[in-house]
Design a protein around this ligand. Structure first.
Ligand code: 9G3
Length: 571
């Protein structure tokens, strides 16, 4: 591609409304433009990277035996009513009406549509296993679309759905997708981790997320430094901490703690570690107050708690609700004498002589012990694990914390959708059975964006070769000079003949402008053609990532680029 004939609107200044570096750089590199909140156009460079990821995904999905289809983006309400999700989802589901007043929604995911296809076409066990996938534009009306392609409202997703005759088959399909995902993200050149994850509202019983490691990531993940346990903190199990039952209970004591409300304030004031306190937090579970007890330095995990309670909605109680439900002043809340339902974190079970609020303004209680001072009937794992916790799977391992961006998610769905939509088949004995499902997603735009989060410097993007919009850029320093133009044209023609993807910067611009743009858009390899070096029959080959520069003959430069690219693509 000749730069002068192309469309790469780069921008010098960092756009003010872009919070994360991938969004800033994609705007500055002229890869995308915002049309409306969370809705983006892909300009040529952005589209080329998107297509690269799509093609890697397509190749690996095909290799894993999945079959590509394309479902409509506009989907009828009736299907969503059958699954119960028309009522379950609120405004995130963008609903529209046609001219006949029929209700539709823009597809946020396609479990319903694909299950409808399968229930109409699958009759016999012989037609399975079946795995159908598509690469398609989705719409979710997020309240706060952010971070450019990372959390847009309109986004491109690869979604796959597997159909099996039984759980064993479904497990095999899941495993195939899991392995395909590993290969996909490896081929994209990403540093990632597959972690155990919560299944969220989708239902089902097992899932893994594929997390790109990045400090800007929205998810906290942990991994064991000794075994291969890795999980999203939302899901990560805490190991029960050894109980301190041998510790003698000391006499209960009321202490004056004027104005000390937070755990930090109380522990500073009493000069004890936060881990010696127990905090009581009140939540509203389906509009009923429930109290929780946690070690002072631990955080409540609302997802775990929601599962323990088995409620649909869970939120922290407001001060007003707390005052009404506990008759205690906020900041001095404690479990003694409370009649609320109390769920305590398992860590609390092993604690002795701890500090709690006295249910009285400016007072806490010291040397509190359960059984003696109050009783807890329910213990459960309801806290977030933290850096340094013991691994729940192995002995001696320690959990390390990371931040990650979710780029893929695989779910064992079971029969949730096939049951609701009555997708059945006849087994070898002629008995009617319900299909077993799995679903598997990859955010295509998010994969490109997270790659940029991981691969950039102060000058711009540093694309890994497999998803770079072009593999090589030729910077002709003064294309008006005949020798420069001729040599550049020759290199351009030779690289194209080798099947390489080349951007030829033939613009009538100063070298500084060309170098800045080349760095910004992140093309991995650059051949600089200048009159001075040409006198010696040399051109420069510069590596974007390392900054390393070599002076080579035209032939050598061409052959070197060819070797590097083919090696990176594994061909
Ligand atoms: C909705 C809306 C938002 C949603 C969903 C449904 C997330 C929804 C989860 C999934 C699960 C899998 C297939 C590919 C892999 C992921 N947000 N999810 O189901 F109606 Cl408005 O999408 N789907």
């Amino acid at each position: 591609m000749r730069y002068s004939q192309y469309f790469i609107p780069t921008v010098k200044e960092t756009p003010a409304d872009a919070e994360v570096v991938s969004h800033q750089l994609m705007l500055r590199a002229g890869m995308v433009r915002k049309l409306a909140a969370g809705i983006y156009s892909y300009l040529p460079l952005g589209l080329r990277s998107i297509r690269k990821v799509e093609n890697i995904v397509r190749e690996e999905m095909d290799k894993a035996g999945a079959i590509e289809i394309l479902m409509p983006m506009v989907t009828p309400a009736e299907l969503w009513e059958e699954s119960g999700r028309w009522a379950q989802y609120g405004k995130e589901l963008l609903r529209i009406k046609d001219r006949k007043d029929n209700q539709f929604c823009l597809g946020p995911t396609h479990e319903e549509v694909v299950t409808d296809i399968v229930r109409r076409e699958i009759r016999s066990y012989r037609q399975m296993p079946l795995n159908l996938y598509q690469i398609q534009t989705k719409f979710r009306d997020e309240i706060r679309p952010r971070f450019g392609l990372m959390r847009g409202r309109e986004f491109i997703m690869k979604d796959a759905y597997s159909f099996d005759v039984d759980e064993k088959g479904a497990d095999a399909s899941y495993e195939k997708m899991y392995q395909a995902y590993r290969r996909i993200f490896e081929r994209c050149g990403l540093k990632f981790r597959a972690v155990e994850a919560d299944t969220g509202s989708i239902g089902g019983n097992w899932s893994h997320e594929f997390m790109v490691l990045a400090d800007s990531g929205e998810d906290a993940i942990v991994s064991c430094n000794n075994c291969n346990y890795a999980a999203n903190v939302e899901k990560a199990e805490s190991r029960v901490i050894k109980s301190a039952e041998h510790c003698e209970p000391r006499p209960l004591e009321k202490v004056h703690t004027p104005g000390k409300k937070s755990i930090q304030e109380v522990s500073d004031f009493l000069q004890i570690p936060a881990a010696a306190t127990v905090k009581m937090l009140v939540v509203m579970a389906d509009n009923k107050p429930v109290a929780t007890l946690l070690r002072g330095d631990h955080d409540l995990n609302e997802i775990k708690l929601k599962k323990v309670i088995g409620c649909d909605e869970l939120e922290m109680a407001t001060d007003e609700v707390i005052a009404k439900a506990t008759a205690a002043p906020v900041g001095f809340l404690g479990p003694i004498g409370q009649r609320l339902r109390i769920i305590a974190d398992t860590t609390v079970k092993g604690m002795r002589n701890f500090i709690v609020g006295a249910n009285e303004t400016d007072y806490h209680l010291k040397n509190v012990n359960h059984e003696r001072d109050f009783s807890i009937t329910e213990y459960a794992d309801i806290r977030n694990v933290t850096h340094g916790d013991s691994c729940p799977r192995c002995s001696g391992g320690m959990l390390e914390m990371w931040r990650g961006i979710e780029v893929g998610h695989v779910f064992k769905l079971g029969m949730k959708y096939s049951k609701a939509l009555n997708a059945t088949f006849l087994d070898p004995d002629g008995k009617e059975k319900i299909v077993f499902m799995g679903c598997y997603g990859i955010g295509i735009g998010r994969t490109v964006a997270s790659c940029i989060e991981q691969n950039h410097d102060e000058n711009g993007i540093i694309f890994p070769i497999p998803i770079a919009p072009f593999q090589c850029i030729i910077s002709a320093l003064n294309p008006k000079d005949d020798s420069v133009r001729l040599a550049s044209e020759e290199i351009y023609a030779k690289l194209l003949a080798l099947g390489l993807e080349v951007l030829y910067d033939d613009r009538d611009e100063r070298p500084g402008v060309k170098f800045k743009d080349a760095d910004l858009i992140g093309i991995p390899l650059r051949i600089v053609v200048g009159a001075k070096n040409l006198l010696e029959g040399r051109v420069e080959l510069k590596h974007r990532r390392s900054g390393a520069m070599e002076l080579l003959s035209i032939e050598e430069a061409v052959s070197s680029v060819n070797t590097i690219v083919k090696e990176a693509l594994g061909i």
